[in-house]
Design a protein around this ligand. Structure first.
Ligand SMILES: *[C@@H]1O[C@H](CO)[C@@H](O)[C@H](O)[C@H]1NC(C)=O
Ligand SMILES: *[C@@H]1O[C@H](CO)[C@@H](O)[C@H](O)[C@H]1NC(C)=O
Ligand SMILES: *[C@@H]1O[C@H](CO)[C@@H](O)[C@H](O)[C@H]1NC(C)=O
Length: 362
């Protein structure tokens, strides 16, 4: 009896029939390289691409798949754990309305930021406003396929993930070649970021987003690329302070929007503390290294990207960082578990076998 009841609830939650059209709950993901699952692979002029070995070595067939890590992204892991399908990259040439209705779409793009001007040195990337524009195109496609009433419902039932911000610092504000670095100070830049993010999330709400989670930043002053800036290989505390202040402001912003926008459940979650602990004491978490990339090019640091001529660490599951910027699959798992806890997914219904993702990447 109890089992039947909970099955009934799962079916109601995961499949909603409108006008004879059964809609699944899917995810729309907006983000940067931490969530990119292949968009930049198709931006052939982009300088931010994960198209060479050894990216993807612990995912599927081990070939590069566009993810900027050896295995899964944080969004992959969270989606898997709450039973949502993994959305394909927007630029995947096989994308069509049926695939969107079954799997959602991932717009994340390496080098992208909240601000339009972020990451311009990468030449090609989708900034957040561009990602929203592409999402509007997806909405038109789905509306043409299933009609406006069903489409509105489909987009309101979907889950939205927004995970950007580190490039706005690492590849903008903290880099003197970008005008923002001399136009703003810490406080005015944070206000500018939050105003922009607030407008973007409000726009997403007007387009139907009701269930949305925004991910905060980790201790980005401790990524290997930032450590090499110091002679003692120490974390850049100024950069870490910016991440903490972003998380604080982001949390306030999401709370504000969640109460002011109708029917909105907008949540903010960050894993700063847990990653900071992991970096300070990797052994405690079963890791062996938290200050250098697993994939590196001899003694040449920073190596900027992982390439076929790079050498890999002996045990990839024991390194916090995969390359100079990006965490490894095992660090992403720790982050995902923390976000699931913080965002209150522990009580979510368990995934129905029909929509469990295929086995790749684990
Ligand atoms: C940002 O880019 C979008 C297109 O991607 C454009 O519509 C918008 O006007 C730009 N905003 C600013 C402030 O430049
Ligand atoms: C909010 O939810 C209620 C009840 O489901 C619905 O009638 C109303 O139209 C919703 N408002 C918006 C703006 O989505
Ligand atoms: C982890 O580090 C310890 C101490 O440095 C070393 O003995 C051990 O072999 C390392 N394990 C792996 C898998 O790298």
């Amino acid at each position: 009896m109890k089992l039947t009841l909970s099955l009934a609830i799962i079916v109601t939650v995961l499949a909603i029939t409108i006008d004879g059209y059964s809609c699944k709950i899917v995810q729309f993901i907006f983000g940067d390289s931490l969530s990119d699952v292949g968009n930049n692979e198709y931006l052939t002029n982009s300088l931010a691409r994960a198209s060479l070995p050894w990216y993807g070595i612990d995912f599927g067939n081990g070939m590069p798949n566009g993810r900027f890590t050896n295995g899964r992204t944080v969004a992959d892991i969270i989606g898997d754990k709450i039973g949502l399908p993994r959305p394909p990259a927007f630029l995947d040439p096989t994308l069509n309305a049926d695939i969107i209705l079954q799997n959602g779409v991932n717009f994340a793009s390496g080098g992208g930021g909240i601000l339009n001007e972020t990451g311009s040195l990468f030449i090609q990337r989708f900034c957040m406003y561009k990602q929203i524009e592409l999402f509007q195109g997806v909405q038109d496609l789905v509306t043409a396929k299933i009609g406006p009433t069903a489409a509105r419902k489909f987009f309101q039932e979907a889950h939205y993930v927004v995970a950007l911000g580190s490039n706005d610092f690492i590849n903008n504000y903290l880099m003197p070649v970008y005008a923002d670095s001399w136009t703003y100070n810490d406080q005015t830049f944070m206000n500018y970021l939050m105003e922009t993010l607030g407008a973007q999330l409000t726009l997403l709400h007007s387009l139907g987003a009701r269930q949305l989670m925004a991910f905060g930043l980790g201790p980005m002053g401790c990524i290997p690329l930032q450590r090499v800036l110091s002679t003692s290989n120490a974390c850049q505390e100024k950069t870490n302070k910016l991440a903490l202040s972003f998380n604080n402001a982001g949390n306030n912003l999401l709370n504000e929007l969640s109460s002011s926008l109708s029917n909105a459940s907008f949540k903010f979650g960050d894993a700063y503390d847990v990653v900071n602990q992991l970096i300070k004491n990797p052994y405690k978490y079963g890791f062996n290294n938290s200050d250098s990339p697993c994939c590196s090019f001899g003694r040449i640091r920073p190596a900027l990207t992982c390439i076929p001529a790079s050498t890999l660490c002996k045990d990839r599951s024991k390194y916090v960082f995969w390359d100079e910027y990006h965490p490894s699959d095992s660090a992403n798992e720790l982050v995902a578990n923390e976000l699931i806890k913080k965002l209150g997914f522990l009580n979510a219904p368990s995934p129905s076998p029909a929509i469990a993702p295929s086995s790749e990447g684990a």
